[in-house]
Design a protein around this ligand. Structure first.
Ligand code: ZN
Ligand code: ZN
Length: 307
């Protein structure tokens, strides 16, 4: 069943045929509260804030949704690539209640009907049309984009739609906004391969890449991290790299009498060496000794120095 769910959540153009049937059934059987939402906007209940009446669905789909709910399936992660962010449906975007409130606004209807806007990426493209050469914000603007839209669609005021698309993007939280400065923008494509192999380089990158399906997590706990972490490191290295050796130890390891400790040694004596007895509230084991040793070393060295 989890494999099914995984196939269902694959939003790529190669997605399995049955998932389209599932989508149609799920969208068709919506409870009364969602009746004013057009079918065009209902893309996926796990990506958007609408629901289905699963009792009316075939047994297999019911089971799939039950499994998803039981395992706490949801979008989760510290940061996402712009590719993933752009694949999200803009309408009823699960991470923005404000966009939902705008849903039946006439300009939003035009964005759906005449500009075929479905995803965040679609909205971004429309918003960018204000940058068309010679574009003005007048209703009868004659720039190539506005003329093209007025001749080929029922849209009578393209500029208003560009502005609305931008307004919707502005309602997205930073983590889900393609215009944010994202960790992806400063994370290197590759880490120093030699250092990484020797375990000297810590992979500090946090961006989930690939497709939307990669942004789903199961077994999530209740709390959701909605903020966008800033992991951009300022490179102020004063002086040479600090060397430190750490170790953890434990006597009577694995028994109730276990007593654990840690040591930190700075061979060049920039900082005082440390010998630590682990406090009682920390589990007394060899491993916790090792971890505390590293933690103390990192916290001892000044932030702007490279360790
Ligand atoms: Zn124009
Ligand atoms: Zn329009």
């Amino acid at each position: 069943m989890v494999t099914w769910l995984r196939t269902y959540l694959d939003m790529s153009p190669e997605r399995a045929t049955w998932t389209y049937v599932a989508d149609a059934l799920i969208a068709h059987h919506t409870p009364k509260t969602y009746e004013n939402i057009d079918d065009f906007s209902k893309i996926n209940i796990f990506l958007q804030s609408w629901n289905t009446d699963s009792r009316k669905l075939p047994k297999d789909l019911q089971d799939m949704i039950t499994v998803a709910k039981r395992h706490g399936l949801r979008l989760d992660g510290l940061a996402f690539s712009r590719n993933i962010i752009r694949q999200m449906p803009i309408w009823l975007h699960s991470e923005s209640k404000e966009i939902k409130r705008q849903h039946n606004n006439n300009v939003c209807k035009c964005l759906r009907k005449n500009h075929d806007v479905k995803t965040v990426g679609d909205a971004e493209k429309i918003a960018k049309l204000t940058h068309t050469t010679r574009h003005t914000n007048r209703r009868n603007c004659a720039c190539t984009s506005c003329r093209n839209i007025q001749q080929n669609t029922g849209c009578t005021h393209p500029n208003r739609c560009y502005d609305k698309a931008q307004e919707l993007l502005n309602l997205l939280p930073a983590k889900w906004n393609p215009n944010s400065r994202l960790p992806e923008d400063y994370e290197p494509e590759e880490l120093d391969p030699a250092g990484y192999r020797d375990g000297k380089t810590f992979d500090w990158r946090i961006t989930t890449k690939g497709d939307l399906a990669n942004a789903f997590r199961i077994f999530t706990n209740q709390e959701k991290n909605t903020s966008l972490p800033d992991t951009e490191r300022t490179q102020i290295n004063i002086g040479p790299t600090i060397e430190a050796y750490t170790d953890g130890s434990c006597i009577h390891n694995g028994t109730n009498d276990a007593i654990a400790g840690a040591g930190v040694y700075f061979p060049n004596e920039e900082y005082s060496h440390r010998a630590i007895k682990l406090p009682e509230y920390v589990k007394q084991s060899n491993q916790s000794g090792e971890i505390i040793g590293i933690k103390e070393a990192v916290e001892t060295v000044d932030e702007e120095r490279e360790l």
